[in-house]
Write a protein that binds this ligand. Sequence first.
Ligand code: SF4
Length: 351
Amino acid sequence: MTLQTPMPETAAPLLEVRDLVKHHGQVRAVDGVSFHIRAGETVGLVGESGCGKSTLGRAIMGLAPLTSGEVRLDGAVISGLPYAQVRPLRKRMQMVFQDPYASLNPRRRVGQIIEEPLKVHGLGSAKARRAQVIELMARVGLPADAAGRFPHEFSGGQRQRVGIARALALSPALIVADEPVSALDVSVQAQVVNLMVRLQQEMGLSYLFISHDLAVVHYIADRILVMYLGKIVEVSDRARVWKQPLHPYTAGLLAAHPSPDPAGAHRPHLRIEGDMPSPTAPPPGCRFHTRCPFKVERCASEEPALRALNDGRSVACHLVEVSADGIAHAPTERTAAPIRSAEPALPLSPS
Ligand code: SF4
């Protein structure tokens, strides 16, 4: 395993997604998403079940053809290329899935599962591959005798370690992790997330960490993308997404979590009513207007662009104002009448 040197800020991003659209028939799962990930960075992608985040992850990985848009790796377009051309590049991007049991072949031993990507890409002799499997197992905290055992002999957390070891086998630069801890007990979630943080530090990995749980994403991500009904509605750094969410939907996601520190204790509970509309017929104007407690007339007819603010954040909301001192302000009772409640908001549905 080689350590990768983080790229200077001016270099091309490791991953760049440009205006990605992915429709399945009538379903507009992803509807024009752009973002980038720099080397060594963790970008969190958060939103309710059905918002398109998993489809976006799969589209980036080339597991489903794009409807339009492009994906670049190290500045080179990798979307839409013939498989033979993409294959060597794909070594740089690997995926970790939500359900470690479903993603591991139950008839293969753990050692074979971890070795498989090396075999598929024809890397190393059998002896060298076996040595690498032992090293990978140690790296993710699996016991040395795990190689000869089957996935069903392990706990959910250990199975996810197998999935992570398999993803690391080809020394990728980027791991797309789709709800990697959602199927695990809360106590085990922390162990797996901490393992991912340690691996990142040791190997210079970048992550696209996809989750419905803003608390988990907040723990691991440097930057957070909030997705609603196929679009990115807010891009923020981890500290400010928690302390000062700008988009009402982000504030609603946060309301499902207790404030972690006294400074955030006065964060208003913003209740998001109702269900997400169907992605087959997204509402006109702002897609969130059917559930937004701040909506004004304009929201139902005019779609807000994802505006880049001068503090590095981006937000798609007509009512976010930037004051003369350059500070962005979320919609408040000054701009509309919010629904506030001392009751905890209904938890958002998990994926
Ligand atoms: Fe709410 Fe309007 Fe902002 Fe959309 S644009 S989030 S409906 S206030």
